[in-house]
Design a protein around this ligand. Structure first.
Ligand code: COA
Ligand code: AMP
Length: 631
């Protein structure tokens, strides 16, 4: 470990020198004189006196430097068969046009815009148009239900909500306008305008003067195209809501300056993608992976990003990813392990892989959930390229641990996302806050200051930021993941230590699902646990204790509860099984033993703590938890 170790050490010993240098990869209207203001509340700010615009960096500067005709974005839809390439000049023109339209609706710096759109170019254009104006976008994933959308609208208080008329899922058209109407019935906040991108598969009905067709805003010549606002590096670029330990989603804030610098650095150091390279990130713009590596990072460095609307399998087959890679000559493919497991299940021999010319592909990056060694091995053997597991979170916005391919490819170890990325000091801490020796599991924490690009706070709630991440171990950021480092400094992430679960790479809160189950009148008490699943990594399972006098048959109640979670949280929650039980195991202080239940469901012995109130309850639950009736 030469180049990597040197760079990592330097980034920790002299963060200001290190990040000051990295900041040169970004164009500033005013160069920052201060790199880090460590004392700024709540946990320091990067480049506090720098002035820039992220959209300028993602689009204008490439056009200005003679790359107007180079491809910026390639849209590839597995549903409609559409292939459309936007050059940097095309994308800039559309973004400036929409920026002008939004400005006409009164959107300016600091105003929020909620965007709920599927994987269509208009989603990217909308995000960049906000960045151009200095408006703060908050993209909401299409797989959430109205209540989740309403919670985000109430927290972000947007001036405008931008949606598509529909998203496409295998065998069904998901209409967004009825979803938004239902959300607005629940929310207390009212946006000034709703703007709808009409797709051919479904036309949304527009009512009144405050519901507009996106095509009107985008019409060339209709409004003066927008220029780039000059923004403080610390101004918010976006809010992205993610599951926390309570039912209320947390608004992770991203700033302009630190984000642009960190993403540009990650493209060089981790992904080894630069101008002229093609990056295919198969995720969704509604998740952080989509924000960072479909939209911002590839454009910031002048690469080409592929926006793929479709699934890894079934649209129409398990060759979808390879088709996209070969057609667009992608150098890097980035997705979640679940997607690869789905492909493997449908095509175990890799027959589809052999049908395509994958000679452009140099690495497969995986993140979002634990990468099981089996999938790691299969992907490596089948594709013949390095399979790079890397670990990060919505909060950090870019990788915490990875194999730094751009600096120095290091040996890969199955089960590990390799080493801390420069900028991150990762340690496992014991309950007393002491750094644990190699090999010992503890709470994975990041020593403050966090590097640029990571969340400076939770939207509108510095206290929640402190409580969630800083209070557990003073001087450290608590990642919420448990694990250890080995003698070589490789990080091993063993799983969440809170009630966040990862279902098919989607981050969900079991606490939020419990709140929904508990709202059903037949339910007296409930618990939701994440249990291991061969395809999705984890799936939620519910256990409920009936209220006195309830006689609803268990099957009917289960169907009602499954439907309730789907309608309150969304299809993406994927809760399919709820068992009625006589009692839930608890400690004497009343804490439900979720971990013990999860261990039993996963086939382990299930350690019963000495503080258990009634050990018999656990014993009676064992057969229910072990029974894999879902198959
Ligand atoms: N809009 C509306 N509904 C959506 C949706 C969206 N954007 N995304 C998913 N859903 C729905 C699905 O249609 C499904 O509905 P159903 O219960 O009616 O079948 C439900 O939410 C669960 O979806 P999912 O968990 O994704 O399961 P799946 O069986 O549809 O697909 C995989 C399984 C593995 C193919 C899929 O999960 C996948 O592609 N995963 C990749 C993960 C990923 O991109 N993660 C992002 C972080 S990198
Ligand atoms: P999200 O905020 O949706 O990106 O989810 C972040 C969480 O996903 C992390 O806290 C981890 O629990 C999990 N995760 C992400 N990447 C990995 C990885 N490479 N290995 C293990 N878990 C991961």
């Amino acid at each position: 470990m030469g180049a990597y170790a040197d760079e990592h050490r330097r980034s920790l010993e002299d963060p200001e020198g290190f990040w000051g240098e990295q900041a040169r990869a970004v164009d500033w209207f005013t160069r920052p004189r201060t790199v880090l203001d460590a004392g700024a509340p709540p946990a320091g700010r990067w480049f506090p006196d720098g002035v820039l615009n992220t959209c300028y960096n993602a689009l204008d500067r490439h056009v200005v430097r003679g790359r107007a005709d180079d491809p910026a974005l390639v849209f590839h839809s597995a549903y409609s068969g559409t292939r459309r390439t936007y050059s940097y000049a095309d994308l800039l023109q559309e973004v400036a046009q929409l920026g002008g339209g939004l400005r006409e609706l009164g959107v300016g710096p600091g105003d929020r815009v909620v965007i709920s759109m599927p994987m269509v170019p208009e989603a990217v254009i909308a995000m960049l148009a906000c960045a151009r104006l200095g408006a703060v976008h908050s993209v909401v994933f299409g797989g959430f239900a109205a209540a989740e959308l309403a919670a985000r609208i109430d927290d972000a208080r947007p001036k405008v909500v931008l949606i598509s008329s529909c998203g496409l899922e295998p065998g069904r058209v998901v209409e967004y306008k009825p979803l938004l109407d239902a959300a607005l019935e629940r929310s207390t906040h009212r946006p000034d305008y709703v703007v709808v991108h009409q797709r051919p598969e479904a036309t949304a009905e527009l009512r009144g003067e405050r519901e507009l067709d996106l095509a009107v805003l985008m019409r060339p010549g209709q409004f003066q195209p927008a220029g780039c606002a000059e923004l403080a590096a610390t101004d918010p670029l976006y809010i992205l809501y993610t599951s926390g330990t309570t039912g209320k989603p947390k608004g992770v804030v991203r700033d302009h300056g630190g984000h642009a610098v960190a993403l540009a650095y990650s493209m060089r150091a981790v992904y080894d993608v630069g101008p002229g390279d093609v990056m295919f990130t198969a995720s969704d713009v509604g998740w952080v992976v989509g924000h960072s590596y479909i939209v911002y990072a590839p454009l910031l460095v002048g690469a080409t990003t592929v926006l793929y609307e479709g699934k890894p399998v079934g649209t129409p087959d398990a060759g979808a990813f390879w088709r996209v890679v070969s057609e667009h000559r992608a150098k890097v493919l980035f997705t979640a392990p679940t997607a690869i497991r789905a492909v493997r299940r449908a095509d175990p021999e890799g027959a589809f892989v052999r049908r395509y010319d994958l000679s452009s592909l140099q690495a497969l990056f995986l993140a979002g959930e634990r990468l099981d060694p089996d999938t790691f091995a299969w992907a490596g053997e089948t594709l013949g390229v390095p399979v790079v597991d890397h670990w990060w979170q919505t909060e950090t916005g870019w990788p915490i641990a990875a194999n730094p391919r751009g600096l120095e490819p290091l040996p890969l170890k199955p089960g590990s996302p390799s080493v801390p990325v420069p900028g991150y000091d990762v340690q496992a801490l014991g309950p007393d806050g002491a750094v644990l020796p190699a090999g010992e599991d503890g709470a994975l924490c990041l020593r403050l200051p966090l590097p640029p690009g990571t969340l400076p706070t939770v939207w509108g709630d510095d206290d929640r930021f402190r409580r969630s991440y800083l209070d557990a171990f003073p001087g450290w950021y608590l990642s919420g993941d448990g694990g250890h480092l080995d003698e070589d400094g490789y990080v091993f992430v063993m799983g969440r230590t809170d009630d966040v679960i990862n279902v098919a790479g989607h981050r969900l809160s079991t606490g939020a699902m419990e709140a929904v189950l508990a709202s059903h009148p037949a339910v007296a008490e409930c618990a939701v646990i994440g249990v291991a699943d061969a395809l999705k990594g984890q799936v939620p399972r519910g256990l409920v204790v009936l209220a006195d006098g309830v006689t609803t048959p268990a099957g009917q109640l289960e169907a009602e509860l499954v439907a309730l979670v789907r309608s309150e949280i969304g299809p993406v929650a994927a809760l399919r099984r709820v068992d009625v039980v006589a009692a839930l195991p608890k400690t004497r202080s009343g804490k439900v033993l979720r971990r013990t239940m999860r261990e039993i469901a996963d086939g382990g012995p299930g350690v019963v703590p000495s503080t258990v109130e009634d050990a018999d309850v656990v014993e009676r639950l064992r057969p229910v938890l072990r029974d894999d009736r879902a198959g």
